[in-house]
Design a protein around this ligand. Structure first.
Ligand code: PRP
Ligand code: URA
Length: 212
């Protein structure tokens, strides 16, 4: 699957360099977590490029003038637990007053089907532009279910931000949710027989938290 109007691959050299460090199996938990945070900042920065702005009158020390400001300014981040939490601090460093919702989801290791175990979203989410965060988009099951769960609360918009994606998962998101832009740092080759992205970076949750 190639980059298209719905899918943006952020090819900035810094993002690609940091992703390569994340992929390296010798990269330990502390560095991995730092890299997830840094890449999340860059990806969200890019994902917000086209947020609508409005002209607002201000006064500089010299004169009155009209300047662009982000319209509405009501954003929410929704990390998918666990691994999405690793991206939250990076996102919040851009917009510290954004509200945060959580969706808990894990993949059944046999069927690879996502299982939702928690959901708590901001009450006023219908007034907000939502950015769903998860480092890995593999089969796309977790992403699609999380997007559907957020859609039920009627947000203004949804954008999905991930670090590594697989072609089949991206295709599934594009088919089931053609209205949701996706930002990713890489589209990898494929999934292996266990549903892991190849070459990927392994289990993102385990690498962020040092579990197995
Ligand atoms: C990982 C990842 C995504 C999901 C992607 O979570 O963080 O949520 O897998 O796979 P999919 O596209 O095939 O649904 P995991 O189930 O390992 O849970 P964890 O974050 O709690 O470790
Ligand atoms: N979840 C992960 O953490 N890694 C993968 O490669 C696929 C799903």
């Amino acid at each position: 699957m190639m980059e298209n109007g719905q899918v943006t691959v952020v090819k900035h050299a810094l993002v690609q360099h940091k992703l390569s460090l994340m992929r390296e199996k010798e990269t330990g938990t502390r560095d991995f977590r730092t890299l997830v945070t840094e890449i999340a900042t860059f990806l969200c920065y890019e994902a917000m490029r086209d947020l609508p702005t409005e002209e607002v009158e201000i006064e500089t020390p010299i004169c009155k003038t009209k300047v662009p400001m982000i319209a509405g300014k009501k954003l929410a981040y929704v990390p998918i637990l666990r691994a999405g939490m690793g991206m939250l601090d990076g996102a919040l460093s851009l917009t510290p007053v954004a509200k945060v919702g959580h969706i808990g989801m894990y993949r059944n290791e046999q069927t690879l089907e996502p299982v939702e175990y928690y959901k708590k979203l901001p009450e006023d989410i219908s007034e907000r532009d939502v950015f769903i965060l998860d480092p890995m988009l593999a089969t796309g099951g977790s992403a699609c279910d999380a997007i559907s769960a957020v859609k039920r609360s009627n947000p203004k918009s949804i954008t999905f931000v991930c670090i590594v994606s697989a072609p089949c998962g991206l295709e599934r998101v594009c088919k089931e949710h053609p209205d949701v832009p996706v930002y990713t740092a890489a589209i990898d080759e494929k999934l292996n027989e266990n549903g892991y992205i190849v070459p990927g970076l392994g289990d993102a949750g385990d690498r962020i938290y040092g579990t197995h």
